[in-house]
Design a protein around this ligand. Structure first.
Ligand SMILES: [Zn+2]
Length: 260
């Protein structure tokens, strides 16, 4: 997981259609708050608005076609527009808990709450959204969610995921409660990711050997090794955080060649 930079301009669909739908939801809540707290009424948050093609495309482009949590490439996969704070209800520890209602309905169409995610991270995360202190939890649009301290790292910060989640070869490790809980909430240690990161580590090993034995290799092969080892740490690259942590372990003589 790495920091994501989203365009500051809010997509027009959210500014117009989303804003109008959000206003209706806020008015409905204020007309009968208890109905939404007791779950006798539910909000409608329309995927046709927050999942609109241009919104998904804008997020996907900003995130270099990668999931905001696991950094898996989604170029050939659909992915989804996901709400960081769950729109319909939330759970604290376990997906078997009853959903606590209402969710963050007032962020259903909020640009700051939307990300592009892969299918497995989306499914595993579900509605889990634990906080360091429950007393600060925003329960309606009259509260300020900025007062919350969520365990799930927000891809735009302010906490840098790289300060909380590190990689030992292909294996992910939390170095704070935020990191450990984010790994658990999104399943960032799942086998499918470990296998793909293992392949990346193997490729890095291969190209490092090429650089270490330059005299035995053609100029074209050495160039390919330099390009690969430079690009794999770029935020554009799949699993760039794992690559950066692994490459940092190599001797200075290798790192100097790739501009580290
Ligand atoms: Zn993912």
């Amino acid at each position: 997981m790495i920091l994501v930079t989203k365009p500051t301009a809010v997509p027009v669909t959210l500014r117009r259609t989303g804003q109008a739908a959000d206003n209706r939801n806020r008015q409905d809540y204020d007309a009968d708050p208890q109905a939404y707290i007791r779950n006798t009424k539910e909000f409608t948050i329309k995927p046709s608005i927050y999942n609109y093609s241009t919104i998904k495309k804008t997020l996907k482009t900003a995130q270099h076609s990668k999931c905001c949590f696991c950094e898996k490439e989604q170029k050939d996969e659909y992915g989804a527009v996901e709400h960081y704070r769950p729109k319909a209800g939330f759970q604290l520890l376990d997906k078997s808990e009853d959903l606590r209602k209402p969710g963050y309905y007032w962020l259903g169409y909020a640009w700051r709450n939307l990300y592009f995610v892969c299918g497995p991270c989306n499914t595993i995360k579900g509605n889990l959204f634990p906080l360091v202190g429950e007393a600060t939890r925003a329960r309606s649009h009259h509260d300020d969610e900025a007062q919350e301290d969520p365990y799930l790292l927000d891809p735009v910060g302010p906490k840098d995921p790289r300060d909380h989640i590190v990689f030992d070869s292909e294996f992910v490790r939390g170095v704070s409660d935020y990191g450990r809980r984010t790994i658990s909430i999104c399943g960032l240690d799942r086998d499918g990711l470990n296998e793909k990161r293992k392949k990346l580590i193997s490729d890095i090993d291969f190209y490092v050997v090429v650089l270490a034995t330059k005299a035995d290799n053609s100029a074209a092969v050495v160039q390919r090794a330099l390009a690969f080892l430079t690009e794999c740490r770029n935020p554009r690259a799949e699993f760039s955080a794992a690559a950066a942590d692994y490459l940092a372990l190599f001797p200075r003589a290798i790192l100097d060649q790739i501009g580290s």
